[in-house]
Design a protein around this ligand. Structure first.
Ligand code: FAS
Ligand code: PHB
Length: 395
């Protein structure tokens, strides 16, 4: 059994783990990342696309914001499409100058991986049988196998950044966890295509046939979604069937303007709201999808992972540099206050824009009334805008 030592053991090399590792490194705090997959696998997952200003600032603080500023698209608004018309919500105006940045999670992950490799930091890819030990003591450790050899990594703290299906939350005794979950009765069928986006900003559509979203990754690469049944299989959806369904859910002018092309990625994602409380267990800290999941409607998943890392990196920096336990003690409470507000917004925006199986005629009328109110009320638009760009982290 090979023995190793570090200050913070990070489980998972997704956005949360990589961003935490980079912020700790820049503060002089030693860390090792253990990742189950290989780097190519992590990069090949097509996920989020919208960054809140807080996430942009964190990437700058981590020293990896250069390409994001060069290639990312700054959006000052989003559009809602319903009743055959599009209505713009001016995020910039309604929030006193805040915008969102369109920059794919894949690119953000690539930038973080590049920075970590350039600093020769230790990332153990294809680490198998990762197991957490004694995190309720002052001497936690993580064991794993790599290239057929057994290893143990001794540390002061363990950061569980291993996503919804990871080992970290699963290592916490059930009695110590409170879990809250809502599973939605539909999924999102997503397509990535090398085609120019149909609009300059994102279009969220409420239609009797179901929700649709027009997004993008750049001015030449588009990302589209249509709400689909949980019984649907991606093999059932030809590209033509997808484009026809998307057109059917857009207003006529936008449907006409849509430029289609072969899908370069096509997948179905389930939607759920999920929170595990608390997010700290002794020397184990959960961050990102390991602790919470939101339906992607509000574009919050990746951004919540970033705000958890904001709190956790500050907690570790205060501990090691300021000899203060305050951040560690308040980590879970600080994260959960912001997590639950993002869960609420994501649930509300999903409930407003999706067609729920079995809903009555009155439900569609109530959605239409709320959408009509939203786009004609400064106050209502401001509420949507401040939640969409992200609530403050230091509230
Ligand atoms: P991640 O899941 O990204 O990373 C966890 C890492 O831990 C993975 O690399 C995994 O391999 C590793 N791991 C797991 N178990 C392990 C173990 N036992 N040992 C070692 N490593 C282990 N968010 C948005 O904002 N907008 C979107 O449009 C959007 N779309 C999504 C689509 C899909 C299909 C999914 C699944 C999620 C989507 N999300 C979206 C949310 C997503 O972006 C997450 O919020 C984001 O990846 C969270 O990052 P992490 O917390 O780092 O978790
Ligand atoms: C995306 O571009 O993948 C995306 C954008 C906004 C969302 C969800 C997904 O709300």
């Amino acid at each position: 059994m090979a023995e190793h030592r570090t200050q913070v053991a990070i489980i998972g090399a997704g956005p949360a783990g990589l961003l935490l590792g980079q912020l700790l490194h820049r503060a002089g705090i030693a860390n090792v990342i253990l990742e189950r997959q290989d780097g190519a696998y992590v990069l090949n997952r097509i996920r989020a696309g919208v960054l809140e200003p807080i996430t942009v600032d964190l990437l700058d603080a981590a020293g990896v914001g250069q390409r994001m500023h060069r290639e990312g698209l700054v959006h000052t608004g989003i559009e809602l499409c319903f009743g055959g018309a599009r209505h713009r919500i001016d995020l910039h105006q309604s929030t006193g100058g805040k915008d969102v940045t369109i920059y794919g999670q894949t690119e953000l992950t690539r930038d973080l991986m590049g920075a970590r490799a350039a600093a020769s930091l230790s990332t153990i890819y294809q680490a198998h049988d990762v197991a957490l030990h004694d995190f309720d003591s002052a001497t936690p450790s993580v064991s794993y196998t790599h290239d057929g050899q057994q290893h143990v990594l001794r540390c002061d703290f363990i950061a569980g950044c291993d996503g919804f299906h990871g080992v970290s939350r699963a290592s916490v005794p059930q009695a110590a966890l409170s879990v809250y979950e809502k599973v939605y009765p539909f999924g999102w069928l997503g397509v990535l295509s090398e085609t120019p986006p149909v609009a300059h900003e994102l279009i969220y559509t409420n239609h009797a046939r179901g929700f649709a979203l027009c997004s993008m990754r750049s001015n030449t690469r588009s990302r589209y979604y249509v709400q689909c049944s949980l019984q649907d299989k991606v093999e059932q959806w030809s590209d033509d069937a997808f484009w026809d369904e998307l057109r059917a859910r857009l207003d006529p002018a936008t449907a006409e303007a849509l430029i289609t092309g072969p899908s370069i990625e096509k997948s179905i994602a389930p939607l759920r709201s999920f929170v595990a409380e608390p997010m700290r267990f002794g020397q184990l800290f959960l961050a990102g999808d390991a602790a919470h999941i939101v339906p992607p409607t509000g574009a919050k998943g990746l951004n919540l992972a970033a705000s958890d890392v904001h709190y956790l990196s500050r907690a570790f920096i205060d501990y090691y540099l300021e000899k203060s336990n305050a951040g560690i003690r308040h980590y879970s409470e600080a994260c959960l206050r912001r997590v639950w507000k993002a869960e609420r917004f994501s649930w509300w925006f999903t409930s407003l824009t999706h067609h729920f199986p079995g809903q009555g005629a009155i439900d569609a009328k109530l959605q239409a009334a709320e959408l009509d109110y939203l786009v004609h009320s400064d106050a209502a638009r401001s509420v949507v805008a401040e939640n969409y760009v992200g609530l403050p982290v230091d509230d």
